[in-house]
Design a protein around this ligand. Structure first.
Ligand code: NAD
Length: 329
């Protein structure tokens, strides 16, 4: 039986995708160095502990496990850290991905699903950003992802690689049964930060700016449920297996929510008041970032099952309520 290697499968998005693959009957295994991920997040799936920068080990794994497709979630993902320590980001996100692609070439594996990001677009010049939006990242993290997209386009042309690059907007929520969810350290994503503030675990929740040109003055972002994201990966794989041409797809909700809307929705779901402090704008935060995912809808047949904000937050709350210290309890 051929195998799907989920690189970064012990991380937040990778673990949910790994679960969905196995749920649907695919043979999928995780590959992770556990630098950020959690052993418990793979829910008993095979986990190969290793670093993707170790080319010989990756080639051996691809061969031994009879891998025929790689889902690549592994990366360093903190935008702020990418500004202060860009070397780490170019090494882990660009050089390591090149090593992975070369290992795949050596092992004859040619199908690749890549976690890209709306951060490759930079400042929005359209109200709803579609895939033709100019790609001009405003931080090293965004550049690293755009560089990998470039490498994939060239690998596809020269070596017959097939790839789908999925440009996520903000991944959010958790598995609806509350067994796995988001556990980053440090946490930088809004919904877990708000929930943790409501739980009394994050006394310093800050809202950066209430003078943006948005209805309530706070920034608007596009949130997409983690299992809807995972579903798109499976559809991307089947699309490639049917001979679909390599390309990129946005994965967004199309509906933006402001920071204050997210706080109010969390309060409603949790039945608790969320304390926060309104502070000045943060450099580099556009007022509104909303994705247009019509290409994924029409080409992949992707639809969202968990689209509305309240459903996303309910799933996140179930996870955080039952795991106040994340995977540690
Ligand atoms: N979370 C979001 O909202 C979001 C948005 C856009 C794009 N993305 C992208 O999605 C992917 C997954 O994001 P996430 O939030 O699940 O991140 P995460 O940090 O939870 O998961 C990444 C996983 O990769 C592993 N890893 C990192 N470098 C590795 C290496 N060299 N070798 C082996 N394993 C390695 C980590 O241990 C971790 O388990 C990333 O590529 C990220 O850039 C995430």
């Amino acid at each position: 039986m051929s195998t799907i290697l989920v690189a970064g499968g012990a991380g937040y998005i990778g673990s949910h995708c790994l679960w969905l693959l196995r749920q649907r009957g695919y043979h999928a295994i995780a590959f992770d160095n556990l630098s950020e991920g959690h052993r418990a997040a793979v829910l008993g799936a095979p986990l190969i502990e290793g670093d993707l920068a170790d080319r010989a080990f990756v080639v051996k794994t691809l061969r031994e496990q009879k891998v025929d497709a790689v889902f690549h979630f592994a990366a360093s993902c903190y935008v702020g850290e990418s500004v202060t320590d860009p070397a780490k980001y170019y090494a882990n996100n660009v050089a390591t991905t090149l090593t992975l692609l070369e290992a795949m070439r050596e092992a004859g594996v040619k199908t690749f699903i890549f976690s890209s990001t709306c951060a490759t677009y930079g400042e929005p010049v359209q109200d709803r950003m579609d895939e033709s939006h100019p790609q001009q990242p405003i931080n090293p993290y965004g550049w690293t992802k755009l560089m990998v997209e470039r490498m994939l386009a060239d690998y596809s042309r020269a070596y017959g690689f097939q790839y789908v690059a999925l440009r996520y907007f903000n991944a959010a929520g958790a598995h609806p049964d509350g067994t796995i969810g988001e556990d980053h350290d440090p946490e930088t994503h809004l919904i877990p930060l708000v929930i943790r503030a409501g739980q009394g675990l994050n006394p310093n929740l800050k809202v950066f700016g209430d003078d943006y040109p948005t209805p309530d003055g706070t920034c608007i972002r596009d949130y997409i449920h983690i299992l809807d994201l995972a579903e798109a990966h499976l559809l991307g794989l089947e699309y490639l297996r049917k001979g679909g041409p390599s390309t990129a797809f946005n994965l967004g909700n199309g509906a933006g929510y402001s920071v204050l809307e997210v706080i109010r929705a969390c309060e409603k779901v949790m039945g608790k008041k969320v304390p926060y402090q309104m502070v000045g704008r943060r450099a580099g935060d556009p007022a509104r970032l909303v994705g247009d995912a019509r290409k994924a809808h029409s080409t992949l047949g992707w639809t969202q099952r968990f689209g509305d904000l309240s459903t996303i937050i309910q799933s996140a709350w179930k996870w955080h309520e039952s795991h106040p210290r994340g995977f540690d309890g």
